[in-house]
Design a protein. Structure first.
Length: 150
């Protein structure tokens, strides 16, 4: 009878240890899922921002500025329902040699949604300065400023 009670105590200890190990594995896998979600969010932000940050600099040619404007328009059209992904285009008034209405001043996201003729075109022979601003909360690019090259 003594051996039977010892066997039951050992079996209970084994079951309890298996339960504790299973609980630890479950907590670990749930915590890992949270980390993976944050990593995926960072990848999405980086992918979104790369459409605009690749044009950032002080001596950007007019053809690249035009590509940036087209990317911005396409982005605002694609993400028209998501205000956190709308990007505002600001063109400094001292930029010379650009054609089209609306080239100097601020073009809001709705203005920049329509077409590149609304925002104007940069001259391909000129150089421009492009700066990108990111939203502090989301990390997404929310504003692109085009100015005269320094």
């Amino acid at each position: 009878m003594e051996n039977a009670s010892k066997a039951l105590i050992i079996a209970g200890a084994i079951l309890l240890s298996i339960l504790i190990i299973s609980l630890g594995i479950m907590i670990f896998s749930n915590a890992r899922g949270v980390v993976d979600t944050n990593t995926m969010d960072e990848v999405a932000v980086t992918t979104f921002n790369s459409k605009f940050t690749q044009y950032e600099g002080t001596n950007i040619r007019g053809a690249n500025v035009n590509s940036l404007i087209d990317s911005l328009i396409q982005n605002n059209l694609t993400n028209s329902g998501d205000t956190s992904k709308q990007v505002t285009l600001i063109v400094n008034g001292d930029v010379t040699g650009a054609g089209g209405p609306g080239w100097s001043g601020t073009c809001t996201s709705t203005t920049a949604q329509t077409s590149s003729t609304t925002t104007g075109k940069a001259l391909t022979g000129k150089s421009y300065s492009v700066t990108v601003h990111k939203d502090d909360k989301s990390g997404y690019v929310d504003q692109v400023t085009i100015g005269k090259a320094t």
